[in-house]
Design a protein. Structure first.
Length: 107
């Protein structure tokens, strides 16, 4: 029941879908060594505002999927857990058109 509600919200709210995606990615890389929510350092509304404040020409929530959330400094650059936690922080995130994110590489 809760999973169905979350899936429905993700379909109707791209900002929420983006937030959950960022949390999932942090959880994958942290592998239980830290809390994805704490590492992110903000809630949904603050992340939504942070990302929207960096939109470039043509970006909108309706076009989420054509653009992605990019880690400015890739998570793969971390050598310690403290560095990894810092790179998961919302200030290290930006919206980037999908094609440019693929060209940038990283992890």
């Amino acid at each position: 029941m809760a999973r169905a509600r979350e899936q429905q919200r993700g379909k109707s709210d791209p900002g929420y879908r983006m937030f959950r995606s960022v949390q999932r990615r942090a959880g994958q890389v942290l592998r239980g060594r830290g809390s994805p929510r704490e590492a992110l350092g903000c809630d949904l509304e603050r992340l939504r505002g942070h990302i929207a404040g960096q939109f470039t020409h043509g970006m909108s929530w309706d076009r989420y999927g054509q653009w992605e959330v990019d880690h400015i400094i890739p998570l793969s650059a971390a050598r310690t857990l403290d560095q990894l936690l810092a790179l998961c922080h919302f200030r290290n995130l930006q919206p980037l058109w999908k094609r440019y994110n693929l060209l940038k590489g990283g992890a």
